[in-house]
Design a protein around this ligand. Structure first.
Ligand code: UT7
Length: 332
């Protein structure tokens, strides 16, 4: 069957809270040091949402920019997908809050995607399907997190790694004259590794109680070094699947945007893919791991810095809680 419609990225945006938390600030909060954090992770600073600033606030700011960059108005958006593990509430979904904040029409579809740090790639994959099957023309996909709200500030193994932020992209139906298009994407999950990265309490298994609060069970629990190996393997695998399926090799890629969880993971992936370092987009030193937001923040930043230009071929990849992983290949 000949594919009738294609999706493209028509606009991007990002929002980072103003407050900066440096490694040196963390030295005063927990038993850690700048040298350990820099050499083990590549991180130097991260952003922290202001008091009262929520995930939907961050998401709406990034989303607004993406809509404007696409040359659209809120009324043009037919679907809002917010990818997050730190929504404003358990329900309603953060996407509905963003829909309201941006004045997106009340008939639009809005839902959240929970795929950890792979969230944005899952959201993009869903948007791609709706555009390719002809049912939607403009879909806003946002990765947004306020992870600092769910960290155990006494656990140096996790609290130094995460930050807050949001990145967004509008996926639109490509016109015939467009060179920009989503080429392919693939997402996957392996629930066998779910316990490695988890916020144990607050759901139906462990509702909030005094004990869950006392035992810090509403915070991020992670087995970092087990995830490390799986991260490189799963991202490499999905990049390989997507490239091979399109008879492309790594030489045809202008930019790789990997999830920003650890510089050593990014370097190991780059080495395995045999991609030149200068093609790998890294901003982990500034924002640390913002989960579902790292990839769209890096995308928007690279576009605004004019590193990514019209016609460039970009491969994005991520992995995260679930464990989930994904890759998205597109021409910008
Ligand atoms: O976005 C998806 C989710 N996250 C990830 O993908 C994270 C993946 N994993 C990682 O990035 C790395 O495993 C970490 C950065 C989390 C940890 O690095 P590592 O090289 O795997 O260190 P480790 O956990 O094996 O710990 C090594 C040592 C330990 O001390 P001992 O037992 O050797 O004495 C830790 O207690 O480093 C210690 N350590 C720290 N020291 C100073 C752990 N955290 C810290 C810290 N400051 N913040």
């Amino acid at each position: 069957m000949v594919q009738k419609y294609f999706a493209k990225i028509s606009g991007t945006g990002r929002y980072l809270p103003k407050k900066v938390l440096t490694n040196h600030d963390l030295e005063r909060m927990v038993d850690t040091n700048d040298e350990w954090i820099r050499t083990r992770t590549g991180m130097q600073e991260r952003r922290v949402a202001a008091e009262g600033e929520t995930t939907s606030d961050l998401a709406a700011k990034a989303g607004q920019q993406a809509i404007e960059a696409a040359g659209l108005r809120a009324k043009d958006i037919e679907m809002v997908i917010v990818c997050t593990v730190t929504g404003d509430h358990a329900f309603p979904s953060t996407s509905c809050l963003v829909q309201k904040k941006l004045g997106i029409k009340n008939t639009a579809t809005a839902f959240d995607v929970s795929a950890g740090c792979t969230g944005f790639i899952y959201g993009a994959n869903i948007a791609q399907q709706f555009i390719e099957n002809g049912t939607k023309k403009h879909i806003l996909v946002i990765g947004a997190e306020t992870l600092t709200r769910i960290l155990n500030w006494n656990d140096r193994g996790t609290c130094v790694l995460f930050g807050d932020g949001a990145g967004a992209a509008v996926f639109s139906r490509a016109e015939n004259i467009d060179i920009a298009k989503v080429i392919d994407s693939e997402v996957s999950a392996d629930g066998n590794f779910g316990e490695l990265l988890i916020q144990p309490a607050g759901g139906s298994k462990m509702p909030a109680s005094q004990e869950t609060v006392q035992q810090n069970l509403h915070t991020v629990h992670m087995e970092g070094n087990k995830i490390f190996k799986l991260a490189v393997k799963s991202m490499y695998h999905l990049c390989d699947v997507v490239l091979k399926r399109n008879k492309m090799d790594v030489e045809s890629i202008d930019w790789l945007i990997p999830h920003q969880a650890n510089l050593r993971i990014i370097q190991a992936l780059g080495k395995k893919l045999k991609i030149q370092n200068k093609k790998v987009i890294v901003n982990i030193e500034k924002y640390a791991n913002t989960s579902a937001a790292t990839v769209p923040i890096a995308l928007d930043e690279a576009i605004k810095l004019k590193n990514i230009r019209r016609g460039d071929v970009v491969l994005m990849t991520a992995f995260g809680a679930g464990l989930t992983s994904g890759a998205l290949l597109f021409r910008y």
